[in-house]
Design a protein around this ligand. Structure first.
Ligand code: 5RP
Length: 231
């Protein structure tokens, strides 16, 4: 169980999310990630925009779009700005080599597109996300039509496929792209880059949540400090 203060805030996520806002400079085109940690970054950038910071942003989900609009951040698209100065996003697990697993919010496909479009990709996370190696399940976005085929291929790789459900009553989680999410449980992932390559080859897979392109990680601690690690 993660420690939270009575207001529902996470001091670790808040510290990391706000610290990374310092990287955003006047005139930048910024990619905004999805999740509760990035929400702190978006809110902080909104405060800075109100104080005169001049930026435009590309979002990674309807969730971050709503937050950015609420924060008063001007939005653009990858069609208009295919190259971003910086992307900031959250993570579900970060290993010692700065490989990351993402997709807890089912947004990893757009998050990967945005991160790959950015000159610099920065992760913000609480210290609970840090791990020596990778053993988190891998969120895999799949074409609904290919759900059984992808599940079979995951089993053939020795993994256990679990279709992500919104609830038993509501059925599968639907991504912003209209697809399903299968969480692939592979246990310890010895070589994240190799696993990333293998999963990318599976028929019916739109995108998986292993990211090997992180430049820098901001880890928020319980005492409010932030540890920054660069690749
Ligand atoms: C969404 C993500 C999130 O960034 C990840 O799940 C971390 O979320 P949070 O900051 O709420 O812990 O990958 O697809």
């Amino acid at each position: 169980m993660k420690e939270r203060n009575p207001s529902g805030e996470s001091p670790e996520k808040k510290a990391a999310g706000i610290a990374a806002a310092d990287l955003v400079k006047d005139g930048m085109v910024v990619g905004l990630g999805t999740g509760s940690t990035t929400a702190y970054t978006i809110a902080e950038l909104g405060r800075r925009v109100a104080d005169g910071l001049n930026i435009i942003a590309v979002v990674t989900s309807y969730q971050s779009e709503m937050l950015a609009i609420e924060a008063g951040i001007t939005l653009t698209s990858l069609a208009e700005h295919p190259e971003l100065d910086l992307a900031i996003d959250g993570a579900d697990q970060v290993d010692a080599a700065l490989n990351v697993i993402k997709g807890g919010g089912a947004a990893h496909t757009r998050e990967k597109v945005v991160s790959r479009s950015a000159k610099r990709f920065v992760i913000v996370a609480d210290e609970g996300k840090v791990s020596e190696g990778m053993d988190h399940f891998v969120p895999i976005e799949v074409l609904p039509y290919a759900k059984e085929l992808v599940s079979k291929q995951i089993r053939e790789l020795g993994g256990e496929p679990v279709l992500r459900l919104a609830s038993k009553k509501d059925g599968p989680v639907i991504s912003d792209n209209g697809n399903f999410i299968i969480d692939g449980k592979f246990g310890f992932i010895e070589d994240p880059a190799e696993m990333s390559f293998i999963l990318s080859q599976l028929t019916g897979v739109v995108e998986h949540g292993i990211f090997t392109n992180v430049d820098e990680v901001y880890i928020g601690k319980k005492d409010g400090s932030v540890e920054i690690t660069k690749k």
